[in-house]
Design a protein around this ligand. Sequence first.
Ligand code: CLF
Ligand code: SF4
Length: 496
Amino acid sequence: MRLPVLAGPAAPPPAANCTFGRGCGDAPPALPADVAALVADHPCYSEEAHHHFARIHVAVAPACNVQCHYCNRKYDCANESRPGVVSERLRPEDAVRKVLAVAAELPELSVVGIAGPGDALANADATFATLEGVHRAAPDLRLCVSTNGLALPEHAERLARAGVRHVTVTVNMIDPAVGERIYPWILRGGRRLRGPEASRVLSAQQLEGIAALAARGVLVKVNSVVIPGVNEAHLPDVARAVRRAGAFLVNLVPLLSAPEHGTHYGRTGQRGPTAEELERVQAACELDARLMRHCRQCRADAVGRLSEDRFAAFTLASLPPGPAPDAREARAARREAVARVRARAARERDAALSRVASVPAALSARIAVATRAGGQVDEHFGHARELLVYDVSRAGARLVGRRAVDRYCVGGEGEEDALATTLRALEGCRAVLVAKIGRCPTAQLAAAGIEAVTEQAFQPIEAAALAWFEGFAARAARGEVAAPPPVPAAPRAEVA
Ligand code: CLF
Ligand code: SF4
């Protein structure tokens, strides 16, 4: 099966009467049924799935064949994880045991990934032993691999034969002049290559590897680290090139960089992008590629849904002795239950869409949503550690990204500092949809021009966003909507 390459929606230029001076975009094109089935329960490939399904990363790949200026290998791979030491590196047999034990505990587990802490294919023996062991023991779990792509062409066939249907390749450049500023060296054929030659070889291997996987029916996601002043203007070219090679999805990952990471970029003061810069790059790349916007930059030993980190609860030492029970039936039952929840959410979204069909196309509004799980507005404002930000128009509610916030309610008291962080994270938002909120933060949000909305509590997010938008559009038609207030300082692009 040659997989279709899908462009994302091209955002039209903002209309003169657009409330916020941004275009509103069309609904993204629907996926073909075979591809939709492949992504339906993958929390990274499907935004909707990330509310319902979990992944586990098994850290069986410590070595790397590339040096990136944003990586210190004492920490997790910055491509697929946030900086932080991997708590335990695993042998393949332990990795399989851990996967089965976690799968017995978490019926929502759908994906097993290898994402470092080095490069999966620079540790090919351990990677394939793990993949093949998991596939034998739990064939219903999806296999996922993340790689820098240097060794991809020679492994593409074996990955496909091992049952891997999802591969992430980190592609930060196609121009060696840009690559020189990201990669000091690579190891290839027993030689250490430096300078533009290193980046030329890396880029050629990445594009060839992506094409080889796509030709074998593997869905390729490309992660591109956004590095201001280094590659951000070049990333639309990268998106075009990887799309041509056969990539399915592009994930623009903000650079994580701080002196304490001990990386070249951290030591030399290279900063990550602001939220505004990241959005600009996303808008430019979206013309050519379908984008992932819900990445959590997770650890190489992450466990659970993307919004949670349960790795500490599943260390090798904490696993129950003896073989784990076969939990395939429980996972199948969970998939069916999730399918019912999603079908209901789709019906409610479609009904809400029909109610806003006559709203002017140029009207859109940005809102934030507090959610815990299940794709609903179900988190209290004071408990939220992150907010999902959506642009809402008559075309639907489109995820823009997520914003980390400090928990406002600590020990029953409201934290003023936390509220200041939240207000910055809510830049440009008209409303925040929450399950519950106190009078004091409601008033402070209102003073900043942001409505706190509880009427949509426990409703599916898209339907809830559209229901709020219906009222907003009515107010806009009556001339009751003011321009959003300016916000003092642009926050850094979201990282967990
Ligand atoms: Fe893991 Fe990566 Fe597979 Fe997902 S993560 S190997 S594709 S199962 Fe997902 Fe984590 Fe982002 Fe990666 S949220 S860092 S994109
Ligand atoms: Fe680090 Fe990953 Fe780059 Fe290797 S490919 S140097 S592990 S970020």
